[in-house]
Design a protein around this ligand. Structure first.
Ligand code: FES
Length: 103
């Protein structure tokens, strides 16, 4: 699909998770951590929790508050049970204050 705009950089706050809704795609979670932007799939692989709605960032991981599982934001790897399957990750490009994801 190529590069698709996910949000504006101004939508993001450091340490917060933004839910990007792109038509025809499952939602994405966009993270701003130490001035770097990352994107993963938004739905926890353990259940149906939205990480943007019900998760938080801690030490480079996104923690799902439903059952306290966690994923590495950079790699998508599941790093705490009960999460076992990784999140999808998406390359990011920030251009002129806009955040694009490679789908
Ligand atoms: S739904 Fe996310 S840890 Fe269970």
């Amino acid at each position: 699909m190529g590069l698709v705009k996910a949000c504006d950089l101004s939508d993001l706050e450091d340490g917060e998770i933004f839910k990007a809704e792109i038509e025809g795609q499952p939602p994405l979670a966009i993270y701003l951590v130490d001035d770097e932007v990352f994107a993963t799939s938004d739905t926890c692989t353990h259940g149906e929790a939205s990480l943007a709605d019900d998760g938080f960032i801690e030490d480079g991981q996104v923690v799902c508050s439903w059952h306290d599982g966690a994923f590495d934001i950079r790699s998508g790897e599941a790093c705490r049970l009960p999460c076992m399957d990784p999140l999808r990750i998406f390359p990011i490009e920030v251009r002129d204050g806009e955040v694009f994801v490679e789908l």
